[in-house]
Design a protein around this ligand. Sequence first.
Ligand SMILES: Cc1cc2nc3c(=O)[nH]c(=O)nc-3n(C[C@H](O)[C@H](O)[C@H](O)COP(=O)(O)OP(=O)(O)OC[C@H]3O[C@@H](n4cnc5c(N)ncnc54)[C@H](O)[C@@H]3O)c2cc1C
Ligand code: FES
Length: 376
Amino acid sequence: MSAVETTFYRPPGVVDRLTSASTWETGARHWPSGEQQTLTCCRVVNETHDVKTFEFRTEDGLPVRFEPGQFMTLSANVHGQSVERCYTISSPPTRPYLVSITVKRVPRGVMSNWLHENMKSGNQLRAYGPSGAFTSTASAAPKSLYLSAGSGVTPLMSMTRASIDLGLDRDIAFVHSARTPADIIFRQELERMATLAPRLKVFFVCEATGDKTDWVGATGRLSLPLLSEWLPDYVDREVFTCGPAGYMSAVRDLLREGGHDPARYHQESFDISTGVVPEPTPPADGAVQDTVTVKLSKSSKTFTMSASETVLSAARKAGVVIPSSCSQGVCGTCKTKILDGTVDMKHNGGIRDREVQKGFRLLCCSRPTSDLVLEL
Ligand SMILES: Cc1cc2nc3c(=O)[nH]c(=O)nc-3n(C[C@H](O)[C@H](O)[C@H](O)COP(=O)(O)OP(=O)(O)OC[C@H]3O[C@@H](n4cnc5c(N)ncnc54)[C@H](O)[C@@H]3O)c2cc1C
Ligand code: FES
């Protein structure tokens, strides 16, 4: 029996609507989505030996409106260079005045190490967003399965925290994979939330026990027999997955093998190293120029590039700095208006249709099909 006994009133039909940030007030004014903000660090929490949570407030104290699972793009000056990276908001939208990100140190990684070493209470950085479509609020599924590994826990944590803050007794099974018990991020909080919400079930699986010889939980990798033992009804659940690319591909295979409907599977990748910008569509008439000229309207710079390259990568080679982060059409950081010319863009959800209609494109996943003039 759980330590705290709770009875929930669940108004029929309003559960998923209630978790959507867009449906409840966070004050008349808020940080408008898509605009830049200066964030001030208020607190740093050590989560594990290589993971820290950084809590921020906006410069003028405005609440931040977002959907649980969305991310911000942070921009910092690291050793004299402007560096942008995406970080999921790990706090829930129900606590809009203090947004947190939870960052795992990546060996030799520029931004994660800079944040761990430099971001302290009172320090500031620029952020834009929030953006991203990986959120459970769009789904009205009665039962969910959250599968995460490593720092991939962050979007699912925001979703779970929101559900708990709103007093919603949603049927959520949260299965987190870690290298060792010492690497489990948010372990105590997840266990505490599971005692508060009778229908939240939390499971951990560790690849190895590490120094914790008293670990009595599951060891090894997540497998179909383990999942079926914990959750015999997993095929009935809407699945949300986040973690390293290898983990997500293993999870997808495992679920497919177990008969889970791929249409009810949602995932977010943090892994930019394995991210692939799809190849361009071959032109029907073979009429595309091999080399094109790109003009920048504001700086009056001009460079030439091969039509087989992305505009972002060619701009970098030409010494033109364009803000970017994921390089795979996810984060929206490289969004730029095309004033003249055409490109073939293959994005992964980082731009909205209405922005495309207004002439914006993501330069990291756009290859030119004519000479271009960019609003830069
Ligand atoms: C939508 C989204 C949400 C995200 N949310 C989170 C989150 O909540 N928490 C989190 O921790 N991360 C998150 N990430 C990942 C994050 O954006 C960064 O990618 C991560 O922190 C690594 O950035 P970095 O600057 O430290 O590493 P980078 O400097 O970008 O390096 C990444 C990797 O490349 C290697 N590398 C870099 N340069 C070289 C080189 N010259 N030669 C060989 N190898 C090299 C590094 O060793 C490292 O392994 C998210 C990513 C996305 C796209
Ligand atoms: S850099 Fe992320 S969408 Fe282009």
